[in-house]
Design a binder for this molecule. Structure first.
Ligand code: HMG
Ligand code: MG
Length: 313
């Protein structure tokens, strides 16, 4: 660890502070071949909180056969009860998932829609319209119970079956999701194909369609090494919520070619270099990802984790 780096050199037109929405325990671990033991997951979340992350997506209340890696949600979530002050959102695809989450006291939930028909079918066994209909009572009941609701929208920039996804198609789906009553929208580049101009164009079109930037977060997978550049484009547009996964873990089991998310450490390195506040202790975070890499039996894909913890390239 080199505490004096990165050197802080602020740039114009960037936010002072960014809220990192950590998705490692959910997006990261849902895609692992082996199922991580519940105690290890609980320790992972505790260590992430200890490193200063305040929003940590903990798990999913989906069908256990669809995502067996997260089938222990009922055991894991109560093991995180001591983390007062840390938001622990969970994924809920339907009312059954919402019931399970609310029964355990979850106060932040996320539904997850798709901008394309192919992925809606693969991920939710529904058309886009059917999945939005499935989410309608989920969002309404979650809001009634006082929960914060995030709406994910996947395949915002490209789809492994359909190729390029036209911006107006994404905007239509995003608008429908927000019209259900979601508090926040997360734009998913599920297979990591976005480039910065595309990000700016989508954000501008969303604004034109009445979705304000302060309700939008970005969720970049890093397949083509574009996630940080895309994040910078989003920050310049005014986005202040950025999803990332500790150590760069992640992917989607229902989308071929989805690789890990933007690594939280790589993001924090850039943000701190720009003088943008995150509340995260980069040394503790990297140590956590190095520990998790040991649990998973392979090195972290994050360049920053490797550099800071001297792991072999
Ligand atoms: P289905 O097979 O159509 O389910 O799956 P169904 O509604 O027909 O129900 C069948 C049975 O499953 C019923 O039981 C239900 O009770 C049960 P039966 O009556 O036959 O005994 N069931 C459940 N059990 C427990 N928990 C539940 C649940 N729901 C139904 N929640 C379903 C539809 C939505 C359930 C399924 O497709 C599913 O679970 N999909 C989840 C897939 C997933 O988690 N993907 C990864 C997350 S998305 C992602 O990674 C992208 C993101 O990161 C953003 C980005 O990168 O773009 C967010
Ligand atoms: Mg994802």
């Amino acid at each position: 660890m080199t505490p004096e780096l990165p050197m802080v050199v602020p740039a114009d037109d960037l936010p002072e502070k960014v809220r990192i929405h950590e998705v490692g325990p959910r997006d990261g671990l849902q895609n692992e071949k082996s199922t991580v033991p519940t105690e290890v997951k609980a320790e992972f979340v505790h260590r992430l909180a200890g490193a200063g992350l305040t929003t940590i997506e903990a798990t999913s209340f989906v069908h256990p056969k669809w995502v067996p890696q997260l089938a222990d949600a009922e055991a894991l979530f109560p093991a995180l009860r001591d983390l007062g002050g840390v938001h622990l959102p969970v994924l809920v695809p339907n009312e059954r998932g919402l019931d399970r989450a609310l029964a355990l006291g979850a106060s932040r939930v996320a539904v997850f829609a798709s901008a394309t028909e192919s992925f809606a079918k693969a991920n939710l066994n529904r058309t886009v319209a059917e999945s939005l209909a499935m989410f309608e009572p989920v969002v309404a009941r979650a809001k009634q119970s006082g929960a914060h609701v995030r709406g994910y929208l996947s395949m915002c920039f490209g789809d492994p079956w359909e190729g390029a996804v036209p911006v107006p198609q994404v905007v239509r789906a995003a608008r429908s999701l927000m019209d259900l009553g979601c508090d926040e929208l997360s734009l998913g580049d599920t297979i990591g194909v976005a480039t910065p101009g595309h990000v700016t164009a989508l954000l501008a079109e969303l604004n034109a369609a009445g979705v304000p930037t302060d309700r939008v977060g970005v969720h970049f997978h890093d397949t083509y090494g574009q996630a940080l550049a895309n994040t910078l484009a989003a920050l310049r547009h005014g986005v202040t919520t950025v999803d990332a996964s500790a150590g760069g873990l992640g992917g989607c089991p229902y989308a071929k070619s989805a690789t890990g998310n933007l690594a939280t450490e790589d993001l924090v390195w850039m943000l701190h270099g720009l003088g943008i506040e995150t509340g995260v202790d980069l040394g503790r975070l990297s140590a956590t990802s190095a520990w998790m890499a040991g649990q998973l039996g392979r090195p972290s894909p994050s360049r920053t984790v490797r550099a800071l913890t001297h792991q072999e390239q």
